[in-house]
Design a protein around this ligand. Structure first.
Ligand SMILES: C[S@@+](CC[C@H](N)C(=O)[O-])C[C@H]1O[C@@H](n2cnc3c(N)ncnc32)[C@H](O)[C@@H]1O
Length: 442
């Protein structure tokens, strides 16, 4: 193998970057990007970076200001030819800019799913989505590590986007993610990736500079390495194109209103002083747009791309108590207690058999979006008891979301507490067979 052989240089890059363990690098990145999500960035800085990488005034006006934080290195949606009804996934979705632009193109029948490891980025993107009135399953933001299997069904996505993220992954993570992109794309699906690519092999001092790594420089691989990883991931060489966009990367080093940005991508992590690198960034790295097509074609449209619908909502913090079927039956039969009790069936398509007498139906899949209305209806009800089929999944989850919502309102603003019916409707129907005062039939 010659020294210019892509495989050979790929191996060198794999052993190159630094002695910092992978988990630590990801942790440092997480802290740095989470800080950017929480603290934001000057609006005019963010706008000038976005415009430098091809976002139009009209596009920027169509999204909440906080959806772009001066972290992009391209405008993948502009090149992705997204059509009505398509399913789009954005890897490392940040404040959500590319998801909002993609959702606009995919229309109400399409889906746009953003994945990001930073809980603060996900919270910010969800907040931005709600400002635009966008919600799951049309638009979803899901916390996920891109170096692990993605929470997306195989062969389910028309278009995978990514904007200035893949360079940040440790080398093994890049290998995994490109394979995952191939796995989740439908046959005939496409990926459009904007990323920082190395113009020439990076010297050790740059490779080992943690701040330059976080700033999307040190983790950049060569064009040939990228092609080789895409081929290893399953994309045919003839279906891959890498284009140097020739954008000036020094745009990141302008003085922002409230900070000096350190480069594509981020303010320095805690404990590191932000500074402009002491080398010419444009000499070593460039912004590329990368296109790849998955072989084949399909007319099948899987109903969902997201593996677990609840990933699109916040993780439950509280753990509501369970009530036994006997305890709940006693409440249903007691006219005084039943006035101050609400029983909530959160099943949607699996109603066979019947319901607990007097149940209200609120489907778990849309329950989180319905919380404000639900709260208004039940805040003065002392016991709100949730169930599903066996009360293992949707019931406890919906109860937890309600309890979290109650907790956020503060004491004194309501009388309500969330509970879960132990064993769900399955156990209820078995226990109380023939006792029709406890059962509403369909
Ligand atoms: C440079 S920013 C780009 C954000 C967005 N694409 C944009 O253009 O505004 C990189 C994003 O990737 C996320 N990220 C970095 N490494 C990741 C990883 N290993 N897994 C998941 N997300 C990651 C960060 O949290 C951050 O939001």
């Amino acid at each position: 193998m010659s020294s210019s052989d892509p495989k050979n240089s790929t191996e060198r890059a794999a052993s190159g970057f630094s002695n910092t363990p992978t988990a630590d690098i990801i942790g440092v990145l997480n802290a740095a990007y989470s800080a950017r999500a929480r603290e934001g960035v000057g609006a005019s800085y963010a706008k000038s970076v976005a415009e430098a990488f091809g976002y139009t005034e009209e596009q920027l006006k169509s999204v909440p200001e906080e959806a772009h934080l001066g972290l992009s290195c391209g405008n993948p949606v502009a090149a992705a030819s997204i059509k009505e009804g398509e399913t789009v996934v954005d890897l490392g979705s940040g404040g959500g800019i590319d998801i909002f632009l993609a959702a606009e193109k995919a229309g109400p029948s399409g889906k746009a799913i953003g994945l990001d490891m930073s809980p603060d980025m996900i919270a910010l993107a969800r907040k931005n989505a709600s400002k635009k009135g966008l919600k799951p399953p049309h638009v979803a933001f899901v916390q996920a590590l891109l170096t692990e299997p993605l929470p997306i069904e195989p062969n389910s996505v028309d278009c995978v986007l990514s904007n200035c993220v893949i360079n940040l992954l440790p080398f093994e993570g890049k290998v995994i993610l490109l394979k995952e992109i191939h796995r989740i794309l439908k046959p005939g699906g496409r990926t459009v990736i904007d990323d920082i690519v190395a113009r020439k092999p990076l010297p050790e001092n740059i490779k080992k500079d943690l701040l330059a790594y976080i700033s999307c420089i040190s983790g950049a691989i060569l064009e040939e390495q990228y092609k080789s990883l895409l081929a290893d991931a399953g994309f045919s060489t003839s279906d891959v194109l890498l284009v140097d966009t020739k954008k000036d990367l020094s745009v990141y080093y302008q003085n922002g209103e409230n900070q000096v940005a350190t480069s594509c991508c981020t303010p320095a992590p805690p404990g590191i002083t932000p500074s402009k690198p002491d080398f010419d960034v444009n000499e070593w790295v460039a912004s590329f747009q990368i296109y790849a097509l998955k072989d084949g074609s399909t007319t099948e449209n899987p109903p969902t791309a997201l593996l677990r619908w609840w990933d699109a909502y916040p993780t439950v913090e509280s753990s509501p108590s369970f009530l036994t079927a006997e305890e709940v039956a006693a409440l249903v039969r007691d006219p005084t207690a039943s006035k101050d009790t609400a029983i909530i069936d959160v099943r949607r398509n699996d109603h066979a058999g019947g319901h607990v007498r007097g149940s209200h139906n609120w489907a778990a899949q849309t329950f989180h979006d319905d919380l404000p209305a639900f709260y208004e209806q039940f805040k003065e009800t002392s016991r709100v008891i949730f169930y599903c089929q066996s009360s293992n999944g949707r019931g406890p989850r919906s109860a937890g979301w309600y309890q979290d919502y109650l907790d956020a309102q503060g004491e004194g603003s309501h009388k309500s507490t969330a509970y879960v019916l132990k064993g769900g409707i399955k156990n209820w129907l078995k226990m109380f067979e023939g006792q029709e005062d406890l059962i509403d039939r369909d």
